[in-house]
Write a protein that binds this ligand. Sequence first.
Ligand SMILES: O=P(O)(O)OC[C@H](O)CO
Length: 175
Amino acid sequence: MLTMLRILLVPLFVALFVHDGGQDTRWRLAAAAVFFLASATDRLDGELARRRHLITDFGKIADPIADKALIGAALICLSLQHELWWWVTVVILVREIGITLMRFWVIRYGVIAASPGGKLKTVLQSLAIFLYVLPLQSVAWLEWTATVVMAAALVLTVATGADYIVRAVRLRAGR
Ligand SMILES: O=P(O)(O)OC[C@H](O)CO
């Protein structure tokens, strides 16, 4: 349920962010608020599922997809506005889409759930994007913080992606 809500918040975020070319402070603040809400419901969603013992195979697959839709849309918006290098967006998108496809490729053998590193990666990606979306580009330390957090997210994105590939190969090989 919350996963579906997060997916529905993606077009709302995009509409608010691209309004007025991302230049209007109020629309940008609204976009940042929607992004924060969608990211926060992700944490709540996971916590509720754990507490109520409602962790399903559907949730294990749908939950990362909802994260990736939101994060992917936000990264593309930022790169389109020339606020984030395209190569960063491309590396993250290739990893996220590739890992999602790989999860389906091995689904007959088992579900590769999100790892702790993968969850931390999503938190760092979300924090970095939130800082980029906030209309505070003139605040130098904030810009630096956003860049450093995005760099850390990028490293974890690639490292956890490699870890999932190893897991998938082992799963298929029955090891
Ligand atoms: O590393 P992934 O692809 O499993 O993604 C982690 C999820 O976003 C955590 O909810």
